[in-house]
Design a binder for this molecule. Structure first.
Ligand code: ADP
Ligand code: MG
Length: 342
């Protein structure tokens, strides 16, 4: 403990491609879409998080909504730094302080990002008063958040299906033994739905509507134990140009998503086939853990289980498993030193 430690605040950040979450004093204080809205004329950020997300697809010429971390990479450095900055500044407990406290931070980054991008994230955090900044890889944070003892000489497989990427990793002895990152996750599912509606129903729907369909009736298989009811979907008729409504069933969505789910399945199978035998034996007993918002797609766990012949478990709160794990790493810096990237 340093002399100035009482002036230091600790925060854990899950910088996701779809959602950014921040833990401060053991509480989730930010849980917002990773979106900013920028004024094209002045270049200023006018909204961030939920507020910016409401503007999505409804902007006019002068406003542009940006997802700084689209597709699992940092697509816009400047916007991502401003987003981090605004999220941190808006934490109520920090807002009350007279002066900006120094921050000790652990930031979880998508494991697909490059060294250069990692450095950029770190520098962004330092510019927002991060005095001690550590990065942690997503599958590690997810595993810790799920409650797995990652330091054990025991293999565990984690599949984190986020917005931009699906991260598959086998973890043992505090390290990633083999992993794979595929750019098929929630955003691709949403685009599959947009494409399906356009080609099968001549209905043009926006991203927000497609995401709603995915959450309300989305499915990874037609063979569901508890199928959701049909849903009315509104959009623009591509032939007449008029607003139109159609009824959609989960079976249609399962068909629309089939190819993408297949790619995730294949990647899981590939990772399993690269797993050293002793760890494969462990995974035979422990099964596969799912995290990330995409893991909540109906029937995905069942489908993966049938494909791999392994038990598949969904994390208790899949959208928060990663930030929870990042928070635990923050509170136990010395224990997790070996897995944190300084
Ligand atoms: N109930 C649900 N069913 C299917 N997908 C969902 C559900 N809830 C959220 N999602 C999707 O999960 C994704 C976000 O997951 P998240 O783990 O926050 O991603 P990231 O870590 O990349 O920010 C989004 O694509 C969202 O549409
Ligand atoms: Mg994530």
């Amino acid at each position: 403990m340093g002399f100035f430690d009482f002036l230091t605040e600790e925060i854990a950040i899950d910088l996701g491609t779809a959602n950014t979450l921040i833990i401060h004093n053991d509480k989730v204080v930010v849980d917002s879409p990773s979106i900013v809205a920028r004024d094209r004329v002045t270049g200023k950020i006018i909204a961030v998080g939920k507020e910016a997300s409401m503007m999505q697809g409804k902007t006019h010429e002068n406003i542009k909504t940006i997802r700084p971390l689209k597709d699992g990479v940092i697509a816009d450095f400047d916007a991502s730094e401003q987003m981090i900055n605004l999220f941190i500044k808006n934490i109520p407990a920090l807002k009350k302080k007279l002066f900006n406290p120094a921050l000790r931070m652990v930031v979880c980054i998508p494991s697909g990002i490059t060294e250069v991008e990692m450095r950029a994230v770190k520098e962004s955090c330092e510019r927002v008063n991060g005095k001690e900044v550590y990065l942690i890889h997503e599958p590690m944070a997810a595993a810790i958040g799920i409650g797995i003892d990652i330091m054990q000489p025991k293999g565990n497989m984690i599949v984190d299906i986020g917005g931009g990427t699906t991260e598959i990793a086998v973890i043992a002895l505090g390290g990633i033994v083999c992993d794979k990152s595929v750019k098929v996750a929630g955003d691709v599912f949403t685009n599959d739905i947009i494409y399906y509606m356009r080609t099968q129903h001549n209905l043009y729907v926006g991203e927000r509507t497609a995401e709603k369909i995915k959450i309300q009736i989305g499915a990874a298989t037609e063979d569901l134990d508890l199928p959701p009811e049909e849903m009315s979907v509104q959009g623009r008729d591509l032939l007449t140009g008029k607003p139109k409504q159609v009824q959609i069933s989960f079976r249609e969505i399962a068909k629309a998503l089939d190819k993408s789910i297949l790619r995730i399945e294949d990647s899981v199978m590939e990772t399993l086939s690269q797993t050293p035998p002793e760890l494969a034996a462990d995974i035979y007993n422990t099964g596969i853990y799912l995290a990330g918002g995409g893991s909540m797609l109906r029937g995905l766990d069942k489908r993966l289980s049938q494909k791999t012949d392994l038990p598949v478990y969904i994390a208790e709160d899949p959208l928060r498993a990663v930030v929870r794990g990042t928070g635990i790493a923050l509170k136990n810096l010395s224990k997790f030193k070996s897995i944190l990237i300084k």
